[in-house]
Design a binder for this molecule. Structure first.
Ligand code: SF4
Ligand code: ZN
Ligand code: ZN
Length: 315
């Protein structure tokens, strides 16, 4: 009995590389792997995604939340760093979400011990004068949208000030494909145009650091399996503020689609990226925040985080 697509599967055959007993069947690759060769397959996929995205080499800040995706990302990048000529450091942001943040912090601390030659940084949101639950209580915006905007601001500021060329984040194909599926089915053209890509270049004039998403074509299941097989610490219960039922329903649609065509999710995202390449880039009207100097789209020229800092009396 073996692990596949979040379920235990009886169909796993011998490893496609070494013919020993396989432990996982990857449907889109139509291949089973043993532990060793799954790990190799995973690392190679990260490497290939980086290379195909046009990324060459450089100083990367990895945002590590303590979840399975980012923990696997940091570990895999540490494995391929010589080959890709990477300089890696990690940043963990404590969001102040009760036990969830506490356990996330503990997981990252454990990971720091496993990766002694990577420098870890820690940022506590309270330094800005608020926590995510406090903001969610104070303003009418979904938790994840608030949290995402705050994390983006902190990662970008930190990376810019410390001279990082790229920020790497642990987005997986389940999240990315669901984002685009929902955007298409609800006619959110702006979301499609601005949606995630494997590499988003920075804009130094605007103090905007580039983004890379090396797990763009890796699934939640593959990330969990990698973290488990490598014995990595990660927080294994969901954030209590996690977004609501609607997105989850869209995510569930993939199960049905993938049972018809196991490559559908990858093909779908690849098609979206290919189409986006053919249409002129929408120039997002970014300007520098009048207070912090970091990029914002706010019409009044004050970014979301500075508005929060004002609201909480920190500015
Ligand atoms: Fe933030 Fe939402 Fe993730 Fe919780 S689930 S950490 S609120 S983005
Ligand atoms: Zn093998
Ligand atoms: Zn600002």
């Amino acid at each position: 009995m073996h692990y596949v697509h979040g379920e235990w599967n009886l169909l796993t055959k011998s490893c496609v590389v070494c013919k020993r007993e396989g432990i996982v069947y990857i449907p889109y690759a139509r291949a089973s792997f043993c532990r060793e060769h799954f790990i190799e397959f995973y690392n190679r996929k990260i490497l290939r995604t980086l290379r195909n995205s046009g990324f060459k080499s450089g100083k990367i800040l990895v945002g590590v939340s303590g979840g399975k995706d980012s923990v696997s990302l940091l570990y895999a990048l540490s494995v391929i760093r010589k080959e890709m000529n990477l300089e890696i450091e990690a940043l963990h942001i404590n969001l102040g979400i009760g036990r969830y943040s506490l356990e996330s912090h503990n997981a990252v601390k454990k990971l720091e011990k496993i990766l002694p030659d990577i420098r870890f940084h820690y940022f506590d949101l309270r330094e800005l004068g608020f926590t995510i639950p406090e903001v969610v209580k104070a303003i009418k915006r979904p938790a994840c949208s608030v949290c995402g905007a705050v994390k983006r601001w902190i990662l970008n500021k930190f990376a810019y000030e410390k001279g990082f060329e790229f920020i790497a984040t642990g987005h997986n194909i389940d999240d990315i494909s669901t984002f685009y599926l929902k955007a298409l089915l609800t006619q959110r053209i702006e979301d499609i145009m601005r949606g995630p890509e494997p590499l988003t270049p920075g804009s130094p004039d605007l103090r905007l650091v580039g983004r890379i998403r090396p797990q763009f074509y890796l699934s939640e299941m593959e990330n969990t399996l990698y973290a488990t097989l490598q014995n990595l610490p990660f927080v294994d219960f969901p954030c209590p503020l996690a977004r609501g039922a609607t997105l989850f329903k869209y995510k569930n649609l993939w199960k049905e689609i993938l049972s018809t065509n196991p490559v559908a999710q990858i093909n779908f995202v690849k098609s979206i990226i290919a189409i986006k390449k053919r249409i002129p880039k929408e120039t997002q009207k970014l300007k520098s925040c009048e207070i912090c100097g970091y990029p914002t789209t706010a019409p009044d020229g004050v970014c979301f985080v500075c508005r929060l800092r004002k609201k909480f009396g920190v500015l």
